[in-house]
Structures are given as structure tokens and as C-alpha cells.
Design a protein around this ligand. Structure first.
Ligand code: FEO
Length: 175
């Protein structure tokens, strides 16, 4: 059985993950509009990652006999001043998600909810990769200085990203 406070906090994180998907979908649309399809592809893969994160949390609440409660999703930004800014924002966003996941883990520990702490450990580890993935592109874009030829090279590389479902699932989520 899931503690009421824990359930509320995981429900709020489902909302945050769905907002992340919404944010990255908006960034993908921006990149499509400025003719950078590889950048758009990277963001669309990220949308799939975020949807999966939300789904894991959704399934976990159900698995623990809790109640999923979906909330309104805030509207994301739709315009950015230059091609590098969405990735800078994505990196900042992932830092905020990490902070939120850590808060969830703190709550699970405070409540001595070991099953939820075990579930959340997957997300703690995942955030290391989430931050690194965005930061890598921010650094590449810094080197290009937003110059056309450099942008097209990065675009070609980002076009190669494919969504790969994780082989190891969070504890408590069925295969
Ligand atoms: Fe669901 Fe990008 O963290």
C-alpha cells in the first residue's frame, strides 16, 4: 500500500515527466521550423524517453495499489532566440528534474518506504545520463558558435539518435 503523501508526490512527478515530454516536443517543432531535422529528431527521441518515465511511475502507483491522478500540463515555450538555447534550457530542465527526483527519494526515506526508494533508484541513475546527454550537445554547440557549417555537422550527428527502450526496468515495474 502506498502512503498518501508518497502517492501525491509520485503523481506530481508523473505530471513533471509529461511536461518534460511536452517541452521537448515543442523544442522539436522549433527545430523543424528552422530546418534542423537532426536536432528535431534528438528531441523527439527525448519525448519517448519522458513518456516512458511517466509510464513507469503510472505503473508503479497501480502496482502498489495506489491511485493515479493526472493533472493539467502547463504549456511549454514555443520560440527560442537561437538554435543553441533549447539545449541550454533542456540541460537546466534536467537539473531541475534531478532535484525533484532527489526530493522524492528523500521523502521515501523519511517515510521508510523502501519499495518506493528501490523504485526511485532507477531514476536517480537515469538522471546522470539525462544531464550528460543534454550537456554534451550544449558543449558541442558552444564550439560551433552557432555558425552554419558547424550546426549542420551537429545536425547530422543528432539525426542518428534512436530510441532504445531500457533493458533494466525500475524495481516494482513489470516487464
Ligand atoms: Fe524524465 Fe529527462 O527526465
Amino acid at each position: 500500500m502506498l502512503n498518501e503523501r508518497m502517492q501525491q508526490a509520485v503523481n506530481e512527478q508523473i505530471n513533471a515527466e509529461l511536461y518534460s515530454a511536452y517541452l521537448y516536443a515543442s523544442m522539436a517543432a522549433f527545430y523543424t521550423s528552422i530546418n534542423l531535422p537532426g536536432f528535431a529528431n534528438w528531441m523527439r527521441v527525448q519525448v519517448q524517453e519522458e513518456m516512458l518515465h511517466a509510464t513507469y511511475m503510472y505503473d508503479f502507483i497501480s502496482e502498489r495499489g495506489g491511485r493515479v491522478q493526472l493533472m493539467s500540463i502547463a504549456g511549454p515555450p514555443v520560440e527560442w532566440p537561437d538554435p543553441a538555447q533549447p539545449f541550454k534550457d533542456a540541460y537546466a530542465h534536467e537539473l531541475e528534474v534531478t532535484r525533484r527526483i532527489n526530493e522524492l527519494m528523500n521523502l521515501a526515506q523519511e517515510l521508510r518506504d523502501h519499495a518506493t526508494a528501490s523504485f526511485l533508484l532507477w531514476f536517480v541513475n537515469e538522471q546522470v545520463e539525462e544531464e550528460a546527454n543534454a550537456d554534451k550537445v550544449v558543449k558541442q554547440l558552444h564550439l560551433t558558435g552557432n555558425v552554419g557549417s558547424g550546426l549542420f555537422m551537429v545536425d547530422r550527428e543528432l539525426a542518428l539518435r534512436v530510441f532504445t527502450p531500457p533493458t533494466v526496468l525500475p524495481a516494482g515495474v513489470g516487464a
